[in-house]
Structures are given as structure tokens and as C-alpha cells.
Design a protein around this ligand. Sequence first.
Ligand code: SF4
Ligand code: SF4
Length: 174
Amino acid sequence: MMYAECVVRGLKVRIPFVCRMCGECCKKLSKVVYDPKTGKVYVEGIELDCIDGLDEFKEFSHPIKVPCPFLKDNKCTIHEIRPKSCREYPLLTGDLGVNCPALRSFNKFLKAFNPDKVEYKVDEKDIKPVKIPMKFYELFISLEPSKEELAAFLKLNELEKNLNLELSNTIKGP
Ligand code: SF4
Ligand code: SF4
């Protein structure tokens, strides 16, 4: 899971990045390279030798294949071992001209929270939610997140009633 760990008015809140599985980044930014001299396939300089269907790479007329050949039905067929740049896209890499719809949504959330500090978290596992005040929840809801974005927000953050009073009137909506 990718998210931004933010500090807003001295309190933590996590803003989720929720991929929409549109496949646009994989259609435009493949890092897969076939070297006809060695007959091998590389991703970011690392040789791949354990992927089914490698023979189809040998039909490439150009060494760099875009869309990425690992994209099938808008899904990554090597998700578990996908390249670092794919794991980090777009939070650590930037949009790179793709116009990622999930990044647009994420940036809208980030702008509304206007954090004092932001740290991007990529591929985080076993996440324990942080406690947030009701105002943060209300602000997030007012930004009209999708069902998936709201579910991710609630996985990362837990409502803490006691924090509600302290922060009343200190956070403004968009
Ligand atoms: S362009 Fe953005 S939303 Fe679409 S698949 Fe890539 S990361 Fe996900
Ligand atoms: S390896 Fe997977 S995530 Fe990376 S560009 Fe190809 S299909 Fe997309």
C-alpha cells in the first residue's frame, strides 16, 4: 500500500494513494528491455529468466517495448516481482507525463490537508492505523473520495473521539 504520512497541526494523518488499475502508466512507461545480442530480457538492468512466455519478447522490433509486455487485461502479470520504479510510481517518481487519475485525486487530498510535513510510504505492510480527530475524517469525506479511497483512509486512520474537541475550528475545509 502507498500513502503519505502527514503531520497536520502536530497530529498524524495518513492520505492513501489508491491505484485505479487503468494501466496507463504501464502503457506509457515500460522499463522492460530485450537485448537481441544476448537474447535476454532485462528490467532496470536485471535479467529476467523465470517468466513464462519470454519467447514473445524475441519478436520485438525495438528493444524497449511499450506498452509493457507484462500488462495483460490491465493487470501486471509479474506483480510480486515488478520493478522498483513500478512499485514507486507515481509517489516517488512523479507523474512522468502519464496524467495518472489516482495521483490527481491523491494530490487533491494532500492540498486540502495542507500538511506541515509529508513522508511517502511505499509497499508498507502490517500497518497499524494512527488515531485521528473527527475533523480530519470530515475533511476527507468532504473531498468526495471514491469507495476504495475511503476504505483505504479508514484502514490507515482510526477515529479518536478525544481529539475532536482539541481541534475544533482549527481545520478548514476546501
Ligand atoms: S496511471 Fe495511475 S491509476 Fe492508472 S494504473 Fe498507473 S498508477 Fe494506477
Ligand atoms: S512490470 Fe508490471 S507494473 Fe511494471 S510497467 Fe509492466 S505491467 Fe506495469
